[in-house]
Each structure stands twice: as structure tokens, then as C-alpha cells.
Write a protein that binds this ligand. Structure first.
Ligand code: PGA
Length: 260
């Protein structure tokens, strides 16, 4: 089906790169993307918090070119005595446009649950930040054929509490945990099955907005498999980890969506 859904390729740098490396990668991506006219998708650089300021300064030069700054997390409270944490309002004051919320690594290592994730999304929306909201099943759940129900619950628990209009500020990212950083990519039949199920759920949650929400795939997405992934129905982009740390590799993924 032809849709006007926003296309998005987001880089998740995770906890990689020092200051010099981060600035060099960001400037190379910004220059090359503009020179090659890679403007068919929004490109988001979700950098470690400490690099937001410097990368944000670099991104100031892009004008209307669709390159945006992203953060990888925010705290679920608006402000307060939470040593070491970062509030959504702080991110907004550094030109952040998107925040990754509910990445499986945060669910696993920082024990984030649906209640916290709802609060985090609210803090984002209060500060005009969009969210990339992540979901995805562990391998044992996939092997037991429980993946559709598992991911459906992850989404339903959170998104059903939001106002329909708030859904417009979200891009979903389906990232099977067994495919993240492992080199194992879900095959296109597996991706199609899940993205179709997610689209149906979104339509149930909001007939008015369900068709518009972009659904990204994440999990060992790279230049060599991006075209196949993007040719899959209901895939509107990618959330890219390892392959986003190399300019050519990352921008070839962006090119693949441009050529779709
Ligand atoms: P990967 O990570 O591309 O390295 O598998 C994706 C992600 O965790 O967002």
C-alpha cells in the first residue's frame, strides 16, 4: 500500500566514541549526507548525552536538511534529586528532536518497565520531543512462538495510556533482542509478520493515527541487508547500532531507503 509515512534512519551510537571521534563521525555524516542529497528520510544521530552539545552545534549548519539530534534516554521525572540523570527539558534545551525510549538494553540493564516508559514518553511530549519507542522479544520467547503476543503487550501497555494525538510524536522500533549486535538479522518474513501485527495494533489503538506512525526495524541492520529490509511491507526505516559508527556503511543504509 502506498503511504505518506515519514521515513527515518536513526543512528544509535550507544556508549561509543570519545569527543574527537564523535565530532569527526558527526561532521563526516553531515557533510556527506548533504553532498549526496540523501534527504528522502529523516536522519537522526542519537549520540551519548555528553556529545549532545558539540554535535548539536554541528547540526546547526544543516538548515532545512532533514538531519536531527537524538538522545538515547531521559529520566521519567521532570526534575529533582536524581544524581547523574538527565531530564527531558534539558535535552530539549540542546536542540534534541528525538529520544530513544525503552531500548531493550535499558529495559534489561536499567530495569525500565512500562510504567516508567509511559512517564518518560510524557516528559518527552511535554517538552516537544519526539520518541523512538522500542520493543522486541528475547530469543526464548521467539523460539516458543510467543513473539507476537509479547511485543503486542509491550506496546499496548504503554501506548494505550496515551492520548491519540500523542501517538503522532512516536516512531516505533521493532528490535528483536536476539538480533541486536549479534550479526543475526531477522529474515524478511519474520520482519513482515511482526510489522504487520504492529500496524494492526496501531490501527486498533487509533484508527485516526495508526496508519501514520513509522515502524522502524532494528537489529544488525547494515548496508548489505538494508534494501531487503526496506522492501518489506510496513518497514519505514531503521534504528542502527554498530553499522552507524561508520559513515559509508550508515549512509549506504540511508541510500537504500532513498532508493526504495
Ligand atoms: P545493532 O543495534 O544495529 O548493532 O544490532 C541496534 C540497536 O540496538 O538499536
Amino acid at each position: 500500500m502506498r503511504t505518506s509515512r515519514q521515513k527515518i534512519v536513526a543512528a544509535n551510537w550507544k556508549m561509543h566514541l570519545d569527543r574527537v571521534e564523535a565530532l569527526s563521525l558527526a561532521s563526516e555524516i553531515i557533510e556527506t549526507a548533504q553532498r549526496e542529497g540523501l534527504s528522502a528520510a529523516q536522519i537522526i544521530l542519537a549520540v551519548p548525552h555528553i556529545h549532545l552539545h558539540a554535535c548539536g552545534r554541528l547540526l546547526e549548519s544543516v538548515g532545512k536538511f532533514p538531519l536531527f539530534l537524538g538522545a538515547q534516554n531521559c529520566h521519567h521525572e521532570a526534575k529533582g534529586a536524581f544524581t547523574g540523570e538527565i531530564a527531558a527539558a534539558m535535552l530539549a534545551s540542546y536542540q534534541v528532536a528525538y529520544v530513544i525510549i525503552g531500548h531493550s538494553e535499558r529495559r534489561q540493564y536499567a530495569f525500565e518497565d512500562s510504567k516508567q516508559l509511559i512517564a518518560k514518553l510524557k516528559r518527552c511530549f511535554e517538552n516537544n520531543l519526539k520518541a523512538i519507542f522500542c520493543c522486541g522479544e528475547p530469543l526464548a520467547v521467539r523460539n516458543a512462538q510467543g513473539h507476537l503476543a509479547y511485543v503486542r503487550l509491550q506496546i499496548e501497555e504503554v501506548l494505550s495510556t496515551l492520548q491519540p494525538a500523542e501517538l503522532m510524536n512516536i516512531a516505533l522500533a521493532y528490535e528483536p533482542i536476539w538480533a541486536i549486535g549479534t550479526g543475526l538479522t531477522a529474515n524478511t518474513a519474520q520482519i513482515a509478520e511482526m510489522h504487520d501485527s504492529l500496524r494492526q495494533l496501531l490501527m486498533e489503538l487509533s484508527p485516526a493515527h495508526g496508519q501514520q506512525m513509522p515502524i522502524l526495524y532494528g537489529g544488525s541492520c547494515k548496508a548489505s541487508n538494508a534494501a531487503d529490509i526496506f522492501a518489506t511491507p510496513n518497514v519505514d526505516g531503521a534504528l542502527v547500532g554498530g553499522a552507524a559508527l561508520d559513515t559509508r556503511e550508515f549512509l549506504n543504509i540511508v541510500k537504500a531507503i532513498q532508493d526504495k
